[in-house]
Design a protein around this ligand. Structure first.
Ligand SMILES: N[C@@H](CCC(=O)N[C@@H](CS)C(=O)NCC(=O)O)C(=O)O
Length: 221
């Protein structure tokens, strides 16, 4: 059975977790705390010293992007068509591109400065704003409503859905849930993905972060 090991937060592991869930195959979600992480590291269980990792019957895979792609293949969320798969990967890279502008804000110690830096990224035309609007354009231009124009959900949707809406869960100082209202097409996209039967049932839980993945998450704004 596949096993994901990571902290409790969605973070780097959530796309792999959701792909494993969508695969319909049994999998194990192992949650560790900081001490658990240190133990795994000291035992040499982490190929590059970081979490998450994915344990398979053949060995351990590290690096969240590689894990996510492996799990997506298991779930049939990739495409046999080379061009379509290229576009799926392109969207994933574009999302990683705008997220890379957000990551440095984690290292700003001063709370006020951190919030200001984050809010600046959401100003019209700034990196996060532009990234989210790019996703809206992809959604608008898709004849199926899936972000890479595929017949069904693809890994690009898993990535776009999780990485986008995770931003608004309240876990990041300076970003509040109301800010998503500036992106009406993303709210439509949220409706589409969150109502996918397997996504809906997986997130039918009480969780301090994952409420953003539920169908009615942003409807009371
Ligand atoms: N490139 C890695 C980065 C993973 C990463 O930064 N993991 C953090 C937790 S979110 C970690 O293990 N931190 C422990 C440390 O910095 O000592 C990936 O994509 O999986």
């Amino acid at each position: 059975m596949h096993e994901v090991i990571y902290f409790e937060a969605p973070g780097y592991a959530e796309p792999t977790r959701l792909c494993l869930e969508l695969s319909g195959k049994p999998w194990k979600n192992t949650i560790v705390d900081w001490d658990g992480y240190q133990e795994l590291k000291e035992a040499g269980e982490l190929p590059w010293g970081f979490l998450p990792v994915l344990k398979t019957s053949q060995g351990t895979i590290a690096e969240s992007g590689a894990m996510m792609r492996y799990a997506a293949s298991l779930a049939g969320l990739d495409s046999d068509d080379l061009y379509t798969q290229g576009k799926i990967n392109e969207i994933i890279d574009v999302i990683d591109g705008w997220r890379a502008h957000f990551t440095p804000t984690f290292y700003i110690d001063d709370l006020e400065e951190r919030c200001a830096a984050r809010k600046a990224l959401f100003e019209p035309g700034a990196k996060m704003d532009a990234g989210l609007k790019d996703l809206e354009t992809l959604f608008e231009n898709s004849s199926t409503g899936w972000i890479a124009g595929t017949e069904g959900m693809s890994l690009a949707d898993v990535k776009a859905f999780l990485n986008t809406f995770m931003m608004f869960s309240g876990q990041f100082d300076g970003i509040d849930e109301g800010m998503i209202q500036a992106y009406p097409l993303l709210l439509e996209y949220h409706k589409k993905v969150s109502n996918h039967p397997s996504v809906k049932s997986y997130y039918d839980i009480e969780d301090k972060w994952r409420w953003v993945f539920k169908p009615d998450a942003f409807s009371n704004q």
